[in-house]
Design a protein around this ligand. Structure first.
Ligand code: HEC
Ligand code: HEC
Ligand code: HEC
Ligand code: HEC
Ligand code: HEC
Ligand code: HEC
Length: 423
């Protein structure tokens, strides 16, 4: 009787696809291990790790080519100086200069008045990694190892690594899901095949090979409508959930970090040079909008500083053509929601970083908070009103104290009222 059911071969096919996915995952894992293993010895440091460090810590002042940025181009620096010197230098340049080291003093004289900052927190390995990156990207045709140029190879793996890494991750995820589904199917099959009734005599017999028993169990179950509808419902459930999750995140642009028309860096201006936020965002303590600075504000400094830089030339061009710089807006609430900066930064004394993250460390501004209604409300429920030294609140605080032991929170002064945020 059960041979009729063998034609339900879908479970068999399913198991096959699980196995082939497993094989692909193994191959992908193996090849990525290989590329990592090949990359490491290429320059005595991990260039991929170095690249990240370089772009966050060094890039605003150094290029990997000969080109001078604020500091000298770093191409060939590992030939000019040995590793021990370079490590000492990066950790504390001033110490090397004041030790009287002739090379350092000459460098210092050449680049005055700018002095490189120290990086005492970088480990020797971090610095070796950065140097490996500098070597790898500055000398694409150097040091042939087994036929491939080490520089080209490293750059190639760095570029291809993330997509293939993602691919592997997706595959592994898929595999896990497939295995889980298979497991659930097997459990159901075992239960149901007992319930379904007379199984073929051989099926329960221990002497029949396991796979044959499995096959007949599976095929019997496949014909069972209860099982099929359970699987169908599971499928519908998963798809629906995915769709809803997707819909809920529409319009939420957390993590949005568009490329700007001028490579303006908050890390450099607000971080390193510690220019106050409101020097540029002039209305942030007194108005609804923080405002984006006009080109004239940039000219206060860039009339003198870095005039020849192509990025600064873009500011001149905008002024010449009498048009504003077209910055891409990062944070944007829908029109029906009202948000006021002064209320939060000045009256509420909330720090910029609470809502915007550590802007002073960002090369490119990124939206860190979700900016959803839930986010606003959540903070209003938790945050105490800054009532100290604010006579406006004295009466309110006294009134609130009579009715409650809890401190006065934003929620208590109307921070949850629809009309305060919607008009
Ligand atoms: C604020 C800008 C600035 C940053 C950031 C910076 N440097 Fe420098 N760097 C300089 C300047 C300027 C010099 C030239 C010497 C001087 O005046 O201090 C220099 C010199 C050097 C030299 C010597 C170059 C040569 O030709 O001998 C090396 C190596 C170096 N920096 C590495 C790094 C590394 C690695 C980082 C990141 C961890 C880094 N620098 C970050 C400004 C910077
Ligand atoms: C030297 C001028 C300057 C200083 C100082 C400065 N900013 Fe900016 N800021 C800009 C410019 C120009 C933009 C638009 C380009 C961009 O997004 O990078 C901007 C954009 C932003 C944005 C994103 C605006 C949007 O489109 O949503 C935020 C948030 C921000 N700044 C916060 C800060 C904070 C917080 C500080 C202080 C820690 C600060 N800024 C200091 C010039 C400055
Ligand atoms: C208070 C002074 C000040 C203001 C205002 C200012 N900057 Fe700067 N900016 C600097 C300094 C200092 C540097 C670093 C230059 C150096 O180290 O040689 C710099 C560097 C830059 C660079 C990097 C240039 C390069 O090629 O390395 C860009 C781009 C830049 N600023 C854009 C702007 C823009 C756009 C504005 C206006 C929104 C602005 N800056 C306002 C002081 C200022
Ligand atoms: C309570 C949260 C919060 C705080 C604190 C805050 N911001 Fe914002 N910021 C926002 C929101 C929300 C927006 C989007 C406003 C919109 O689209 O109408 C925004 C937008 C901006 C923008 C884009 C231009 C604009 O006004 O729409 C800049 C620039 C900015 N903030 C700078 C700052 C600076 C500088 C500080 C600190 C002095 C600060 N913000 C403090 C929430 C905050
Ligand atoms: C990090 C905490 C925080 C976040 C996030 C926040 N707020 Fe507030 N909000 C405050 C504080 C604190 C006050 C009280 C200011 C005061 O004393 O008037 C306030 C007050 C207000 C008020 C005035 C309430 C009243 O009754 O006077 C409005 C309107 C408001 N916020 C809107 C928003 C909107 C819209 C958002 C989201 C886009 C938001 N807030 C996000 C902290 C926050
Ligand atoms: C503290 C400020 C604040 C208060 C109070 C507030 N909202 Fe909102 N609301 C927002 C913000 C900000 C958005 C935009 C959220 C977004 O773009 O994801 C929003 C969005 C909405 C939306 C659009 C759907 C959505 O979630 O995006 C509706 C509807 C809404 N609010 C209704 C209300 C009602 C009804 C109340 C009163 C019970 C209320 N809101 C109170 C800030 C507030």
């Amino acid at each position: 009787m059960h041979t009729d059911f063998v034609s339900f071969s879908w479970i068999k096919m399913y198991s096959k696809s699980v196995i082939s996915t497993l094989v692909i995952v193994l191959i992908a894992l193996f090849s990525s291990y290989q590329s990592v293993a090949q990359e490491a010895p290429a320059a005595g440091g991990d260039a991929a790790k170095g690249k990240e460090l370089f772009s966050t810590l060094c890039q605003q002042c150094h290029a990997v080519t000969d080109e001078k940025v604020i500091g000298p181009g770093l191409k060939g620096v590992t030939k000019r100086r040995d590793t021990a010197w370079l490590i000492k230098w990066v950790k504390n340049p001033q110490a090397v200069i004041s030790s009287g080291d002739p090379y350092a003093t000459a460098l210092y004289a050449k680049f005055q008045p700018v002095v490189m900052q120290s990086f005492p927190d970088l480990s020797d390995d971090d610095i070796k990694n950065i140097l490996a990156h500098v070597d790898a990207s500055a000398a694409p045709a150097a040091a042939p190892t087994s036929g491939t140029a080490s520089g080209g190879q490293t750059a190639g793996t760095a570029a291809s690594e993330s997509p293939s890494g993602l691919f592997t991750a997706v595959l592994i995820g898929l595999l896990v899901v497939m295995l889980l589904v298979l497991g659930v199917l097997l459990v159901l099959v075992t239960i149901l095949s007992k319930a379904v009734g007379p199984t073929p005599a051989g099926a329960a017999d221990q002497s029949v090979p396991f796979f044959q028993r499995l096959k007949s169990n599976l095929s019997a179950a496949a014909s069972n409508s209860t099982l099929r509808s359970i699987v169908l419902w599971l499928f519908v459930f998963v798809v629906t959930k995915q769709t809803f999750d997707g819909l809920y995140s529409v319009g939420v642009s957390q993590g949005y970090a568009p490329k700007q028309p001028i490579a303006f860096s908050h890390k450099l201006h607000a971080g390193q040079y510690q220019i106050n936020c409101n020097y540029c965002h002039t209305a942030v303590y007194k108005g609804k909008s923080a405002t984006i600075p006009s080109a004239n504000i940039c000219m206060n400094c860039h009339g003198e500083i870095k005039r020849e830089s192509p990025e600064i030339q873009k500011i001149y061009k905008a002024i010449e053509e009498d048009r504003p710089v077209e910055w891409v807006r990062v944070h944007n609430l829908p029109d029906f929601a009202y948000f006021n900066h002064a209320q939060h930064t000045n009256v509420g004394q909330v720090q910029c970083q609470t809502c915007h993250g550590e802007i002073e460390k960002m090369e490119v501004v990124e939206q860190r908070s979700s900016l959803t209604m839930g986010w606003c409300i959540d903070c209003h429920r938790k945050t105490e009103v800054a009532t100290k030294d604010n006579a406006y609140y004295d009466k309110l605080v006294a009134l609130h104290k009579k009715g409650s032991k809890e401190p006065l929170r934003v929620a208590n002064i109307g921070g949850l009222e629809c009309s305060k945020c919607h008009y």
